[in-house]
Design a protein around this ligand. Structure first.
Ligand code: APR
Length: 178
């Protein structure tokens, strides 16, 4: 199956799907950035390539971003209005605050979405690439937090988890089912 949906009690949509996050039109795209906001590979590289140099120009206004938080730029040439550059934790052993920091990335992005009146928002699987967060654990945190935030949201109506491969898709689908 290529996507899986969940709906909040009031009918708001959470969808897990396969794809390239830079291609899917939404109001706000979430990036998996680093705390120096200096760009990188993975989804960060893809977002900067697709968005163009204006993203980095705007990021220079910020000195850095603490782990578990996020900063906002416009989206340049991406099919979105905003990019929320979230900084996930580097995974060590799960006993150094990683779950709480990862959870906080998601909840802060929902707060930013409300502030910027973003009705639709897309997330990658933050921290599960270079930062080494075990996929199944990260998926559970992401899905539980997104359901909680979406249920409480006023502006946000649609959330897309855009997975870059079958393994991530399966992990997030499993988390949504359980
Ligand atoms: N669309 C959606 N997901 C993507 C895309 C894409 N175009 N490209 C990569 N991904 C997925 C990866 O497969 C992984 O599951 O994003 C997830 C997060 O992986 P990373 O991009 O490596 O992010 P993270 O683990 O949070 O590491 C952040 O990597 O690129 C650097 O600057 C970034 O230093 C920071 C670190």
């Amino acid at each position: 199956m290529s996507f899986m949906d969940w709906r909040s009690p009031s009918g708001k949509l959470l969808r897990i799907e396969l794809g390239d996050i830079t291609r899917i039109p939404v109001d706000a795209i979430v990036n998996a950035a680093n705390s120096s906001l200096s760009g990188g590979g993975g989804v960060d590289g893809a977002i900067h390539r697709a968005g163009g140099p204006s993203l980095m120009q705007e990021l220079r206004r910020f000195e850095n971003c603490r782990t578990g938080s996020a900063v906002v730029t416009h989206a340049g040439k991406l099919p979105a209005k905003w990019v929320f550059h979230a900084v996930g934790p580097v995974y060590r052993d799960g006993k150094h605050g990683e779950p709480e920091l990862l959870r906080s990335c998601y909840s802060i992005c929902f707060e930013l979405a409300e502030l910027h009146k973003a009705r639709t928002i897309s997330f990658p699987a933050i921290s599960t690439g270079v930062y080494g967060y075990p996929l199944n654990d990260a998926a559970k945190i992401a899905v539980v937090e997104a359901k909680r935030c979406l249920t409480q949201a006023i502006i946000v109506e649609e959330v897309y988890f855009v997975m870059f491969g079958e393994t991530a898709l399966r992990a997030f689908n499993d988390a949504l089912e359980s």
